[in-house]
Design a protein around this ligand. Structure first.
Ligand SMILES: Cc1ncc(COP(=O)(O)O)c(C=O)c1O
Length: 447
């Protein structure tokens, strides 16, 4: 008999009972029991006790193969020896200073050397802050106030970005070619919403119309080449190149948010699209799992910081521990390691997709590099070209069932239809993921 959401939810709650109890207990002091809405994995988060290599050990006494890796951030998995060494050395020297430390330069140098469009960088504590900072550079440079973002794009906690991330079908404020800002939650001022122009993914004619109409007001276009939080969509190369040209024509900066995608290409995902953005936002892997973000770009933009045109500061920006961890992580992630991990992800994707095609099952895995999306669709063979299509055509109940079953059977995926590999993973781990995914999907669609 086919699995259903109710029985899978019950099995999940039974297996992760202590996590459920901790969530409830934590609610006394923290709303919901933890500070990140995104951690809720159905009824509650799974509380972790420790992580080691490619595994997490939960408070419920289970060892899970971690295909979540903190929303793709922990690219070296957990407690990697190189990171541990760097962090222990950093701790031995003190924790926090009102002075810079020289190794911040080393991390900046690595980023500048790897990403062709980046001459200089400034650090923040998170990619959310880096997105806010990047927009400030764009506004200061262009003298314009509005920003453009894509429907389905995620750029962190800033008010201007908390719009049109998951514009679910029932909330579509119009045709896909005419997207309008849809706040994700309360608390986003109307004035802020009016400052944001929303663009449809992979539809250049509409983007051109919208950007041309707003050319006098839009300072920058924020873009993820492969989206994450809104659902995984890899933009088409021709589309991205056309937007690059258009922004130049219209006097807008193109900001590529590589917070996730840097993990998928040694020179940044922008290198795969043959474009040079004006500014690049980085996060997640550049801190190796510690809180760190960065904005990078050409000197003409970044030097607005040193000449006083743009103010950029924060108590913990470029924190010594995060930058030390970041150097260790980036050094482990050499070109060979990227190639190995990307090949593992490609094999995982191909094996499941081939199987789904043979069996006529409506699941598919997609994306570039070591961060992939997966969707259970309304019918076999459907391919998406925008986050809106994901929301419209995915079988959300089956997606939830799949995620609960994977966790119950020993694999921790991202709840929202994504997985991220980590450096310690072996070919056997990929085999395990493929085998269990096949079993679960077969069980969901059993007659
Ligand atoms: C593309 C992208 N930009 C920005 C952010 C915000 O990063 P942070 O959570 O470090 O503030 C995220 C987080 O998931 C992201 O995926």
């Amino acid at each position: 008999m086919a699995l259903n959401l109710q029985s899978s939810t019950e099995a999940f709650q039974e297996k992760f009972k202590k996590s459920g109890e901790l969530s409830a207990a934590g609610d006394q002091y923290i709303p919901g029991g933890y500070s990140r809405n995104s951690l809720t994995f159905g009824p509650h988060a799974i509380y972790v006790e420790r992580g080691e290599g490619q595994y997490i050990h939960t408070v419920d006494g289970h060892k899970l193969l971690d295909f979540h890796n903190n929303f793709s951030c922990s690219i070296l998995g957990h407690s990697h020896p190189k990171m541990r060494e760097a962090l222990l050395d950093s701790v031995s020297k003190g924790f926090s200073f009102g002075n810079p430390m020289a190794h911040e330069h080393r991390l900046a140098q690595i980023l500048c050397e790897r990403i062709a469009s980046v001459d200089k960088v400034v650090f923040t504590c998170s990619a959310s802050e880096a997105c806010i900072a990047a927009v400030r550079y764009a506004r200061a440079y262009t003298g314009k106030d509005k920003i453009a973002k894509f429907d389905g794009g995620y750029h962190g906690l800033g008010d201007e970005f908390t719009l049109s991330i998951h514009s679910a079908a029932e909330h579509f404020p119009g045709a896909p070619e005419f997207p309008r800002p849809v706040p994700l939650c309360g608390g986003i001022p109307i004035a802020t919403q009016q400052n944001v122009v929303v663009l449809p993914q992979n539809d250049f004619a509409s983007c051109k119309r919208i950007l041309t109409q707003n050319a006098g007001q839009v300072a920058c276009v924020m873009m993820e080449l492969q989206t994450g939080a809104g659902g995984v969509i890899t933009l088409q190369k021709e589309f991205v190149q056309s937007v690059r040209e258009l922004t130049e024509e219209l006097g807008m900066l193109l900001i590529i948010d590589e917070t996730i995608s840097l993990r998928s290409a040694f020179h940044g995902m922008q290198s795969l699209f043959d474009i040079k953005p004006d500014l690049t936002v980085m996060g997640k892997m550049i801190g190796g799992g510690l809180p760190l973000g960065a904005v990078g770009g050409a000197e003409k933009y970044l030097n607005m910081n040193s000449n006083g045109q743009v103010y950029h500061s924060g108590t913990h920006h470029g924190h010594p521990m995060a930058t030390r961890a970041g150097i260790a992580c980036m050094e482990v992630m050499d070109e060979k390691t990227y190639a190995r991990m990307n090949a593992q992800a490609a094999r995982l994707k191909d094996e499941i997709n081939t199987y789904a095609k043979q069996k006529n099952l409506p699941i598919y895995f997609y994306g570039l590099g070591s961060h992939l999306g997966y969707e259970i669709t309304d019918k076999p063979g459907r391919i998406y070209s925008s986050c809106r299509e994901i929301l419209t055509y995915s079988n959300h109940e089956a997606m939830q069932t799949f995620a609960f079953e994977m966790a119950t059977r020993g694999i921790f995926p991202m709840y929202r239809g994504q997985i991220a590999l980590s450096e310690p993973m072996t070919e056997a781990d990929i085999d395990t993921f493929v085998r269990i995914s096949k079993e679960v999907i077969e069980d969901i669609f059993a007659p």
